[in-house]
Write a protein that binds this ligand. Structure first.
Ligand code: NAG
Ligand code: NAG
Length: 370
């Protein structure tokens, strides 16, 4: 640990901070204070024996798209102060896309502001405007409440307190609950470069899954023997039952990774992630079976839309949709969702069964989304 004999060192540390992150320089009112980086790399700042501490009860929080979420954070002084100091609270955010897009950590990534509050004044920024507030349920409570969560709100949030002399912060990770599903092109297996995979997921109302999301899906039993792109540009696939042709029998269950692949030249399938959806997916009651054109119209006549693949997966995974009838989906594939595996409804595990992309003239049922 650096000790108090080296105040000038502390000043240098401050001056070396990148522009935009500059803080009060460590010399003020004739007192030095210093930035001590402890073993956990958490910054703790001491000033005249009083220490500002910013803490969170949870390192990460997960919530559903469209819902509200609270990112816990509170601050206190040690020892407690007899008179309160005027503080400024700042919440900032590093989107998941920047975290995963950056190979070499931190250095080039800038957090963006979410909200700044001082006394009764507060201000929110960008797409957070009008959607965020501080909870303030108790003294020192500066938890951030975010309403109407969007897919792109995920990432690392920093809760920071500045009182003019001191500054401390903590980070909380925000994840969205949802479902990961493998997706491949109408044209067949291994047709997507990275950008086409991104687009394919978007067309299913989803995004490319992150490593963490695929890992969670694997823990929950996803087994898929075709490699797909992830949001960080790596290509991987989840194996629960080791077998030949899927990394072999000698490899333990887990995620098989091909590492980073060339985003333009290399082609694979995609792993998409969809956070829970507000609407419902249902199998349309209809007297006859339908070709694809008729299926699209039948949903429209029922006041809804033909469901997307992601929506069917979300309904299966998050709402337990279980139906042993094949149905058209918006991308021209035919599938059905099984929660309770049974005879004549596919393999003995739950899952969304797929018949791939049959001719559009095939007569089938249809899944609609409302
Ligand atoms: C997040 O998505 C919303 C709508 O889906 C959009 O309005 C907003 O600009 C996006 N924010 C960012 C930072 O991309
Ligand atoms: C579906 O059937 C209708 C007649 O009911 C026909 O006009 C249409 O071309 C068919 N579409 C396809 C894709 O076969």
């Amino acid at each position: 640990m650096m000790s108090l004999q080296h105040p000038l060192l502390a000043v240098c540390v401050y001056l070396l901070l990148p522009a935009g992150q500059s803080r009060t320089v460590g010399y003020r009112d004739g007192f030095f204070y210093q930035d001590i980086i402890n073993g956990n790399r958490n910054e703790e700042i001491y000033f005249k024996g009083v220490r500002l501490q910013v803490e969170s009860t949870l390192p990460s929080v997960s919530a559903s798209r469209g819902s509200s979420v609270t990112l816990p954070c509170h601050y206190r002084y040690e020892p407690e102060l007899s008179t309160s100091r005027r503080i400024r609270v700042k919440w900032s955010w590093l989107p998941t896309s920047s975290i995963t897009a950056t190979l070499s950590p931190e250095a080039f990534v800038r957090e963006t502001e979410v909200m700044v509050a001082m006394g009764n004044h507060h201000r929110s920024y960008g797409s957070f405007q009008g959607r965020v507030r501080l909870r303030r349920s108790a003294p020192g409570d500066i938890s951030l409440v975010i309403n109407e969560l969007q897919l792109n709100d995920t990432g690392r949030y920093r809760c920071e307190v500045i009182d003019g002399l001191e500054d401390d912060s903590v980070t909380v990770e925000l994840e969205l609950r949802g479902v990961v599903f493998p997706y491949y092109s109408k044209k067949g297996r291994y047709h997507f470069n990275f950008f086409a995979a991104q687009q394919a997921c978007q067309d299913q109302d989803a995004t490319l899954a992150t490593f963490e999301q695929l890992f969670t899906a694997w823990e929950e039993g996803l087994d898929w023997c075709n490699a797909g792109w992830l949001a960080d540009g790596t290509v991987q696939y989840p194996i629960t039952f080791p077998r030949d042709g899927c990394g072999g029998l000698n490899l333990a269950p887990g995620l098989r990774s091909y590492g980073q692949q060339h985003r333009f030249l290399h082609r694979y399938d995609a792993f998409c992630f969809l956070a829970s959806v507000k609407g419902t997916v249902y199998f349309l009651k209809h007297p006859t079976k339908l070709n694809f054109t008729e299926a699209v119209q039948a949903c429209a006549s029922d006041g809804s839309q033909i469901a997307k693949v992601g929506q069917l997966y979300a309904a299966w995974k998050l709402m337990g949709l279980d139906r042993c009838d094949a149905g058209w989906l918006a991308d021209g594939s035919v599938r059905y969702p099984i929660t309770n595996a049974r005879v004549n409804c596919g393999p003995p595990q739950p899952g969304v069964r797929s018949f791939g992309f049959p001719p559009l003239s095939l007569k089938s049922g249809v899944y609609c989304y409302q």
